[in-house]
Design a protein around this ligand. Sequence first.
Ligand SMILES: [Fe+2]
Ligand SMILES: [Fe+2]
Length: 149
Amino acid sequence: MKATDLLKKQHKSVKALFKKVDKTEDGRHRRQLMDQIANELKIHTKIEEEIFYPAVREIGTEKAEEMIDEAFEEHHVVDLVLAELPTVDPEDERFAAKMTVLSELVEHHADEEEEEMFPMCEKKLGRARLEEVGQQMQRMVEASQRRAA
Ligand SMILES: [Fe+2]
Ligand SMILES: [Fe+2]
């Protein structure tokens, strides 16, 4: 699968989980969904940072560099919010507030990737390279799933 398609699929999955949390009142279920979101985001940002963004850098333009720098900073902010969540009671009002902030952050970041970074990659890196990068990422995802099992 093309790298950009794999990443879009993961964005969709995380967005769907955020919607589910929003509709869930039960604290235990909220916590479960939250853990799943955290796990999916961790592997997603890892394959982007270790495999995808370095490939994007190959484009070699200032615009590409700028986008990647910004993306790393946004991942960093996501990490900060994720790190706090385990300490918040899912029944607490603050849990919902934090989830809203996190979901808006992720949504904004994912939309920017899909609307700006990915189209640039499809134009400049080409299909074969994107397929190759996609395969590398897929292998990393599978390796992390094996470790988790
Ligand atoms: Fe990202
Ligand atoms: Fe992403």
